[in-house]
Design a protein around this ligand. Sequence first.
Ligand SMILES: [Zn+2]
Length: 176
Amino acid sequence: MAKREIVIYPHEVLKKPTQKVENIDDNIIKIVNDMWDTMYEDNGVGLACNQIGESLSIVIIDTSIKEGVQPVKLTLINPEIIASEGKQTYKEACLSVPGVAAEVERAYWVKVKALTPKGQEEIFEFEGFPAVVVQHELDHLQGKVFLDRLKGLKRRLTLDKYKKVLKKLERIKNQS
Ligand SMILES: [Zn+2]
């Protein structure tokens, strides 16, 4: 197991849809383990596979580090939202989009079909905060980040702020 580097937006791998996993072999299990190591190291509650640079349809979720929310810990392979209901707004952030956060409107409840790491197809239901995390991570698999969900002035201000964050990161990188 190993911590991988988080890919930073607007890297290409974050902007294109990921590939479905055909066969859950040792290599896939290794990638999943690397995802867990990486997410815990960076204190995330969810991670999509393309965030470590692998364009595969896998997400992991662990909401247990956050207090007062339903603890959900799962690895979802080839996940698909098959039903959704209601609305909620949550201030989202992303390990691949450092330094900015913005309120995003999403469904309150979602039903998801996915394979478990053992290759079994299962149906999962999420509501409230875990549903936010699931929808955020599944967006990644489609080549979308939460910035793509913003509109109008909020989108412009958040993108402007993010450009400044990127410049700052670039300066730090050039110094080291
Ligand atoms: Zn994210």
